[in-house]
Design a protein around this ligand. Sequence first.
Ligand code: HSE
Length: 408
Amino acid sequence: MTEIAVLGYGTVGSGVVKVIETNHDSILAKAGVDLHVKYVLDLRDFPGDPIQERIVHDYDTIVNDPEIAVVVEVMGGTEPAFTFSKRALAAGKSICTSNKELVARHGTELQELARQNHASYLFEASCGGGIPIIRPLRTSLTADVIDEITGILNGTTNYILSKMIDEGLEFDDVLKDAQQKGYAERNPEADVEGHDACRKIAILSSLAYGKRVDFTDIYTEGITRITSADIRYARAMKKTIKLLAYSGRKGDQVTAMVAPYLVDREDPLYGVSGVFNAIFVHGNMLGDAMFYGQGAGREATASAVAADVVEAARALGTGVVSEWDPEKQVLTDVSSTRKAFFVRVQGDASQIAKMEAVFGPVSLVEAGVDGEYGFTTRVMTEAEYQACASQTEGILGMIRIREKGEAC
Ligand code: HSE
């Protein structure tokens, strides 16, 4: 029997207990591991819940118990999760986590600690909820040179944007709904300002390109500036708006960015709605591949954590860790990346010639919004766009237009 401790009995933690207990027999039959949750660490008590008899409040009970082989860290945040993870790994216990903040900040050193102690450090659920993406990048795609990852990596913002677009709802109302459904982070700023997607693309890029990508180096914009007017223009262009987390490699140059993009109907990411996530990967031999599934929510995320528990249980005594170089990957400045831009300006469409004089050829977008008009630019670098925008008065907003294979 493999004894497990779960740190945190919140949305994901309770889901992990449910998956391991509901699917115990099928896991045993398929993977040959007999999983048992011995402890759940939480500050709270859960009277009436069958878990109550296994609730502990003192982490020492877990870390000092030699029977515990795998620790599921689903507390979120950096501390005390970081300290608890280090203590477990130092004691030779494996860690399975959904904590993208911790993996993005300290994953490199936690993997090294796991390696030294012949333990596993696994984090499938840190990116894309229930979608298998870490394991494919770590194993199936190792023969490929990956040159692009573009993901819808945050279920909350995708849910909000989908509802705003499909049902004409306002941002604040949909956010509350997402929080109630258990998709959003405790601090919704992490979702809506793009920080959550930023951490996830940093983790995926570190795996794909083989060097540590520091999430604090990634240019990040969230969705808080997207308005109902933007949505009207998007509809007029037969496009939709998605928060995309992008990274690309050309030779030894890597660039990464998180921002809302206009996405065309022909694009495979167009139809990814609601809480679903998708990760588009391009490899030099593989070509295009897309991974799709539920990106947030209790059972989906717990299913990915439980799969890591199975892998860790099968690798007791040897351990499994991802391989990326602790040396930092220097990112190319996003100002040299090329794409077209959609711009909204105060005034009326008769002034489009003035825009053409600054931006070069543009295409007018008519959406019938009072007191303003919109246009799309030619493909240009971010730096060129900024130079043109700085010469233009009355800009109300800009959204990038997704270009597959956006160049470094
Ligand atoms: N808040 C995250 C999201 C949860 O909405 O995607 C899953 O990481």
